[in-house]
Design a protein around this ligand. Structure first.
Ligand code: A3P
Length: 313
């Protein structure tokens, strides 16, 4: 396994081991009114994060849990490798020597940000945080952010299976119980509708590009091309095809033992659009349709989600 992936896989194994010895009631803690998994995040890290110094050439992927962040992470790390004249997939292409940090910005120890100061550019990071909880330097320095969003019904379905598969999150006896928590702001990283409303305030900024899970699924080549253009990374046709091939669900799932260890089986579940239809009953549909209409429907991000197409048909 590449050294950088080993750091990643070891960190996940450690979090799972820590969570396994916790009482279910201790799995989540609240920070500034939002819940987070206690084996994954901490108050000390959030406090240290406030003074994190972003660089204008950092590459940030923002996405609510279960919106496909591992997928887009792969696309972005491959594009960064290409920008450094490396070939994605080769042992040395993903900064094997220098990527020592867990890519999720708010995950790790409080000294992480000191160490990150020594990392060469471009640094790549992922975050599930809402914009108002990100360090101010990210917006001050106009860091480019790829904002990934996914239709809320598939996010909920994916989150339900994830919660029941992963020790760091509370598990649920029934889908109904999960749905109630999802709709009443009891999720790790907070309420998805609030997440969307907060990010919507930033959606017009030129340093932010929004992409939906569904559009990447529909036309991965076009999505990769647009993302590369946004980050100013020129691509040959051959490089484009390589990235598209490597980011397909089948390739990523096949490779997941190497990239994610046993966690791979939990992350790469179905990788499709509309799996929510296997869980949602009429009552769930009515409640979510109403919440979407009230909170998001009229906004820029709400329109981008094409709710009628992906959540009603
Ligand atoms: P499902 O549970 O619906 O299958 P995250 O990485 O943010 O935790 O999101 C995980 C979701 O993204 C899972 O959804 C997973 O299957 C999906 N996913 C991961 N890689 C993917 C890929 N290459 N193509 C499509 N979906 C992918």
């Amino acid at each position: 396994m590449e050294k950088s992936r080993k750091t990643f896989v070891d960190a996940i194994d450690k979090m799972i081991a820590a969570a396994s010895s916790m009482h279910p009631d201790e799995l989540l803690f609240s920070y500034n009114g939002i819940l987070y998994p206690a084996a994954v995040c901490s108050r000390e890290v959030f406090q240290a994060l406030e003074s994190f110094e972003a660089r204008s050439d950092d590459v940030i992927l923002a996405g609510y849990p279960k919106s496909g962040t591992n997928w887009l992470s792969q696309i972005l790390t491959d594009l960064i490798a290409i920008s450094q004249k490396k070939t994605p997939g080769r042992e040395s292409s993903v900064n094997a020597e220098d990527v020592q940090e867990f890519p999720y910005l708010e995950v790790g120890d409080a000294e992480k940000y000191e160490r990150m100061m020594k990392l060469p550019s471009p640094r790549f990071m992922v975050t599930h945080l809402r914009p108002e909880n990100l360090p101010k330097s990210i917006f001050k320095n106009k860091v480019k952010i790829l904002l990934l969003i996914r239709n809320p019904k598939d996010v909920a379905a994916s989150f339900y299976h994830f919660s029941n598969g992963l020790a760091t999150l509370p598990s649920y006896e029934t889908w109904d119980d999960f749905f109630t928590d999802f709709m009443t702001k009891k999720m790790a990283w907070g309420c998805y509708f609030e997440y969307l409303s907060e990010w919507n305030k930033y959606a017009d900024q030129e340093n932010i590009m929004t992409v939906t899970y569904e559009e990447v699924k529909e036309n991965p080549a076009l999505a990769v091309k647009n993302i590369a253009t946004f980050f100013g990374i020129p691509l040959t046709e051959e490089q484009l095809q390589l990235v598209v091939e490597r980011c397909s669900f089948q390739s990523m799932k096949k490779n997941s033992e190497k990239t994610h260890g046993t966690f791979g089986n939990i992350i790469f579940r179905k990788g499709c659009v509309s799996d929510w239809k296997n869980l949602f009953l009429e009552d769930h549909n009515q409640k979510m349709d109403k919440a979407f209409e009230e909170h998001i429907a009229g906004t820029k991000l709400g329109k981008k989600l094409k709710y009628d197409l992906y959540c009603k048909a």
